[in-house]
Design a protein around this ligand. Structure first.
Ligand code: 6PG
Length: 504
């Protein structure tokens, strides 16, 4: 019997995607250089399938993989981003893959690599990409999928992706979650939508990760204020987060943060977070988002701050040394009443800052879309982030609503719903940033989001002085507020009269 789908890479994500496909009735021919990984998929598949073999077939070579598939072949890759993707593609070319066969890359690839690959492999096979979010559990029971590339390839992969994607209950905008092998969710709205031409899906996933970084950092800052300024234990913070998760701050990241904080270390019995070393890792997607934001001149300062926060966390030895050298403010233990007040402030601050982070992320996608000629549909993008992915939250529905009201929104901040929300909650946001600052607790992301908001709503920024400085030392010219756009001027700073010269 021929298989429907070929699959290369049976690591954590690959294995779970394979089992998800099998649950939805697809017969999968799988290959991995590491035979043990393949065996583990086969065993788990049988165990989950009442001991019956056959939903997943292990292949020992690329040639065997191709032989097991009906033509034209559909092959999904789940291999580490970077070189391994090209290595597998060239192996598949050697094994005889044809021009109308499709390879779908599901890794966290750099979007420009995807664009390049589409060109490089033209005529050899169709290189299609699908960015996947949701970690292991998402891959197994329903990820959020961001496919992009050749429209014909999309017609072939669409039914597969819609089947295995996470589903949203349209009545509540909440994920329909059923984590039962063999009993997949088939009802609801699938979190898979065609994003656009090659590269756009991975770009959108990259921005998803940038937002993920910032969202995580904001939650961590709230935790640090509660821990360091308010003297709260991990369990106490967990209880606050659990409560916040019931309201407007409801999100998967809030939920798991509460769970992490409530977990005891099995070895020492201490709160687990208290024994986890405070050095953050990163694989690059947040950095890529910040770099893209800088390159496009489209401000995503809070995403960049989140990346910097991870970098500064890695300077552990220096920080420990500096902690006894550098003075902070004298901290007074806040009263019980002040503590309650600060917790409420942090709640509102988190909400406002989160709106700003999404405003930055969506603005970045908009700018990149214009730059690269992608017709991105932001209402749809927010929709497929409502379930399956790491930043999933009911909040995303409000973003969809905003873009459905106006698909050409200049910035999420000027949407009537979001502007009203910030006007309601902003004072506590300001107080949270001020209190944390006075107490010497860093809140880089919370305050950067506030500066973003305040800059965005400021009609006249001090860039007039900046232009004056540039013209003074470098004759870089400036425009005048009282002259037509595009006309530039320079002052002869060396002359006593500071004569104005029209340049263009
Ligand atoms: C997701 C995650 C996933 C991965 C991150 C982690 O959407 O499922 O974003 O892609 O866990 O890349 O990235 P860092 O290791 O950089 O935190």
């Amino acid at each position: 019997v021929q298989c429907d789908i070929g699959f290369v890479g049976a690591g954590v994500m690959g294995k779970n995607l394979i089992l998800n496909l099998a649950d939805h009735g697809y017969r999968v021919a799988a290959f991995d250089l590491d035979h043990k990984k393949l065996e583990s998929v086969i065993q788990q598949d049988q165990a989950e399938n009442n001991g019956k073999a056959g939903r997943v077939v292990a292949c020992s070579s690329y040639t065997e993989l191709l032989a097991k598939l009906s033509s034209p072949h559909l092959i999904i890759l789940s291999v580490p981003a970077g070189r391994p993707v090209d290595d597998v593609c060239s192996k598949l070319i050697d094994a005889g893959i044809k021009a109308d066969d499709i390879i779908v890359d599901t890794g966290n690839s750099l979007w420009t690599d995807t664009v390049r690959r589409e060109k490089d492999y033209e005529g050899k096979f169709i290189f299609f990409s699908t960015a996947v979010s949701g970690g292991e559990v998402g891959a197994r029971f329903g990820p959020s999928l961001m496919p992009s590339g050749d429209p014909y390839a999309w017609t072939r992969i669409e039914p597969v992706w819609r089947a295995i994607a996470a589903k949203v209950d349209p009545a509540t905008s909440r994920p329909i979650e059923r984590f039962e092998p063999g009993n997949p969710v088939t009802e609801g709205e699938p979190c898979a939508t065609y994003i656009g031409p090659g590269g756009s899906g991975h770009y959108v996933k990259m921005v998803h990760n940038g937002i993920e970084y910032a969202d995580m950092q904001l939650i961590c800052e709230a935790y640090q204020v509660m821990r360091d300024a308010l003297g709260m234990t991990a369990l106490q913070v967990a209880a606050v987060f659990k409560e916040w998760n019931q309201g407007i701050l409801n999100s998967y990241l809030m939920e798991i943060s509460a769970e992490v904080l409530a977990t005891k270390d099995s070895e020492t019995g201490l709160p687990l977070v208290d024994v986890i070393l405070d050095k953050a890792g990163q694989k690059g997607t947040g950095l890529w988002t910040a770099v893209s934001s800088l390159e496009l001149g489209c401000p995503s300062p809070t995403i960049a701050e989140a990346v910097f926060a991870r970098s500064i966390s890695t300077l552990k030895e220096q920080r420990v040394a500096a902690s006894t050298l550098l003075a902070g403010p004298v901290q007074e233990k806040p009263t019980e009443a002040k503590r309650e007040q600060m917790i409420k402030q942090l709640h509102d601050a988190l909400y406002c800052a989160k709106i700003c982070v999404y405003a930055q992320g969506f603005d970045l996608m908009k700018t990149a879309g214009i730059e690269h000629g992608w017709a991105l549909n932001f209402a749809e993008i927010a929709k497929i982030w409502r379930a399956g992915c790491i930043i999933r939250a009911v909040f995303l529905q409000s973003i969809t609503d905003a873009y459905e009201r106006n698909d050409d929104l200049a910035n999420l901040l000027v949407d009537p719903f979001f502007s009203k929300q910030i006007s309601v909650y902003q004072m506590n946001w300001r107080r949270a940033v001020a209190d944390a600052t006075l107490l010497g607790v860093p809140v880089a992301a919370l305050s950067s989001a506030l500066s973003y908001y305040d800059s965005y709503r400021t009609a006249v920024l001090p860039a007039n002085l900046l232009q004056g400085q540039r013209d003074y030392f470098g004759a870089h010219t400036f425009e005048r507020t009282d002259k037509s756009k595009g006309k530039t001027f320079h002052v002869d700073w060396s002359s006593a009269a500071r004569t104005m010269v029209k340049v263009k």
